[in-house]
Design a protein around this ligand. Structure first.
Ligand SMILES: *[C@@H]1O[C@H](CO)[C@@H](O)[C@H](O)[C@H]1NC(C)=O
Ligand SMILES: *[C@@H]1O[C@H](CO)[C@@H](O)[C@H](O)[C@H]1NC(C)=O
Ligand SMILES: *[C@@H]1O[C@H](CO)[C@@H](O)[C@H](O)[C@H]1NC(C)=O
Ligand SMILES: *[C@@H]1O[C@H](CO)[C@@H](O)[C@H](O)[C@H]1NC(C)=O
Ligand SMILES: *[C@@H]1O[C@H](CO)[C@@H](O)[C@H](O)[C@H]1NC(C)=O
Length: 587
């Protein structure tokens, strides 16, 4: 057991050394490339509630995502990318580089009427990049609190925000009604601190795309750009119409029999279109050659239950909110001409909280690690960000991830290298099985010549200029085959996480079918992981949640979700109906 522990430590220090040498090499070798004025542009595209199997580079032919796939094939598939299983903790981990237990966000999400947010004593990613000279922009969803102004994006390091503060909105009307009883429908759409009424009625994925394009064109390579595109897609809207997509987009998927899945495919497809547009716009102003583009989902897709959007996490068990791979292993890819060894699967386990130190290293921004106290690790050189990268001697970083330690729902999930420990589950176990199967009878006609569809995508047409070796049909087919998750054997030793500890080797058993906790052969690993959970639990912050009061409802705030702790509630409650807006127009 001791030796194994040391192995982990040792691998951590390899990363640390490569981080140091990375900086050194940048100064020594790329002195002219990586100087301040030439810091890379960073475009981070975050999907909301996208299923693991809903990007076609994972092998599904039900509906294609040619632009996202092109990004992955011309760049790297982040094969083993993990994130917390729900929105607020996942976004908190992205922006702080810490586990949710170290930001007080480990239990559930911030419902709009709740007066709390990401603690302001934490220094977050946009603040760090803003201080280093970046133009910092958030387009889309925030979901880290807005009860007070100081919790909102432009008070937290973003020069500019265009989008919504809360959990979700309607794709056209930009309002939301929380599932909490008695709270009214409220409008939630801002340009910086001002309510934005312009273009109400236009599909919001298109609006976010247009805003991203505007920001890129206005930047025109004059300042290092940080652009976080935090899409509403493919989260649900409000109850009366949870799935929404433009009619012309839905028409492309008439062959999909399930009507919800058909609209969902259209929502994903519009998101894919957006990725192509952003890539093309970056190229237009010559920013692409110095850009890092990341695409990923914030968590697994909710196939059933609250906010179900008909996403598929096949072949994993579980979904959004659960500790299983279907909740925490997410679709993702990175593209940048600055990384070596493109056109491959990145083999290391990666965590959403790794982006902060990784991107800081890419931008040569020194971090004050003693105050940041990061859980994320810098993987920039491992990803191929410097000359030390050697494809044939690629280091597989064996990192630890605390997926969750939630004292309210009594769930703990920890990963060390290939080992995963799960104790407890959510919703009395009702989301613990495989909830979807890959649809084989409904096939995208473009899947007949998949390579042609990839080659034909906007993203591929632009990105191929930067290829080290030209992308070929054989390589695309090989990568797609390699990125298709295979389950290993059948269920041998099932585990009921409500009653017992479960432990899996997810490298050989990604579908979590064969519980090794009961086997004496692995007892030392089980004991080690159990102890580690107990140890990590002692470091957890208490949860920062606060419950809402009816005076926070939009009905007391002009039918808007506003900074309600600072905005005096009206005496009279307005009837916001389905309208929920101070804006004059409803299209
Ligand atoms: C930051 O704030 C959180 C919650 O408000 C608290 O638990 C934590 O101890 C604070 N940390 C520091 C370093 O002040
Ligand atoms: C970007 O800047 C270049 C000069 O550096 C200029 O020629 C070009 O018109 C600008 N493009 C846009 C879209 O503003
Ligand atoms: C290629 O793209 C064009 C325009 O986007 C589209 O009309 C055409 O159907 C595509 N062809 C294939 C093979 O995907
Ligand atoms: C596992 O779950 C049980 C029941 O909630 C709890 O008593 C125990 O402390 C947990 N063990 C760990 C290591 O989290
Ligand atoms: C935080 O959430 C937990 C679990 O739902 C609840 O028991 C507790 O009362 C909440 N705390 C506050 C201050 O609302």
């Amino acid at each position: 057991m001791f030796i194994r522990m040391r192995l982990f430590k040792c691998l951590f220090s390899i990363t640390l050394i490569s981080f140091i040498s990375n900086n050194y090499q940048i100064i020594a070798v790329h002195g002219t490339v990586q100087q301040n004025e030439n810091k890379p542009h960073i475009i981070f595209i975050l999907a909301d509630d996208l299923g693991f199997d809903d990007v076609s580079f994972r092998g599904s032919g039900e509906f294609l995502t040619p632009n996202i796939d092109a990004l992955a094939y011309h760049g790297k598939i982040l094969d083993r990318l993990y994130a917390p299983a729900i929105c607020t903790p996942s976004r908190a981990a992205l922006l702080t580089g810490r586990y949710p237990i170290h930001t007080g966000t480990q239990h559930f999400v911030i419902s709009n009427e709740e007066p709390w947010g990401l603690p302001t004593n934490l220094t977050i990613l946009p603040e760090i990049f803003q201080k280093a000279g970046y133009s910092t922009n958030l387009v889309g969803k925030w979901h880290l609190g807005f009860a007070k102004r100081e919790l909102t994006p432009t008070f937290r390091g973003f020069d500019h925000h265009y989008g919504y503060w809360g959990d979700f909105i309607d794709y056209y009307q930009r309002r939301s009604k929380m599932p909490t009883p008695h709270f009214a429908m409220g409008y939630d759409f801002y340009r910086d601190m001002e309510l934005e009424c312009v273009d109400r009625g236009t599909y919001v994925t298109d609006l976010f795309t247009r805003e991203a394009e505007r920001i890129i064109l206005a930047n025109n390579n004059t300042q290092p750009l940080l652009l976080i595109m935090s899409h509403l897609a493919v989260h649900t809207g409000n109850d009366e119409e949870p799935l929404q997509a433009p009619v012309d987009e839905i028409e492309k998927f008439q062959y999909i029999k399930d009507p919800n899945r058909r609209i969902y495919a259209a929502m994903v497809s519009r998101l894919d279109w957006s990725v192509g547009r952003v890539v093309r716009t970056l190229e237009k102003v010559n920013m692409l050659e110095n850009s890092i583009i990341i695409f990923q989902s914030d968590n697994g897709g909710p196939s059933i239950g609250l906010f179900a959007n008909s996403a598929s996490n096949w072949p994993f068990r579980g979904q959004k909110k659960t500790p299983w791979e279907g909740g925490v292993r997410v679709a993702g890819a990175i593209w940048s001409p600055l990384i070596r060894g493109r056109g491959t699967l990145f083999p290391s386990t990666m965590y959403i909280g790794d982006w902060l130190p990784t991107l800081a290293a890419a931008a040569n921004i020194p971090l004050d690690t003693s105050t940041l106290r990061l859980d994320g690790i810098d993987l920039w050189s491992t990803l191929g960000g410097d000359d030390s990268f050697n494809q044939s001697a690629q280091i597989k970083v064996e990192r630890e991830i605390v997926h969750t330690i939630d004292a309210v729902w009594h769930v703990a999930a920890l990963q060390q290298g290939d080992w995963k420990y799960v104790n407890g589950t959510v919703a009395a176990g009702q989301f613990d099985n495989v909830l979807t199967y890959r649809e084989l009878s409904d096939t995208d006609p473009r899947n007949l010549d998949y390579y042609a569809a990839i080659e034909n995508s906007t993203a591929s047409q632009v990105l191929r200029k930067y290829d080290q070796t030209q992308l070929q049909r054989e390589l695309v087919n090989q990568l797609r085959h390699d990125a298709t998750v295979r389950c290993g054997g059948g269920v041998q030793h099932s585990c009921n996480a409500l009653l017992e500890e479960c432990m899996y080797n997810v490298a050989v058993d990604p579908c979590e079918r064969n519980n090794l906790a009961a086997s004496s052969e692995y007892n030392d690993i089980l004991v080690r992981m159990r102890k580690r959970v107990q140890q990590r639990r002692r470091t957890a912050w208490s949860i920062s949640n606060r419950s809402g009061r009816l005076e926070f409802s939009p009905s007391h705030h002009r039918c808007t979700w506003t900074n309600f702790l600072e905005d005096a509630p009206s005496e009279e409650a307005l009837d916001c109906g389905l309208y929920g807006a101070p804006c004059e127009t409803e299209v």
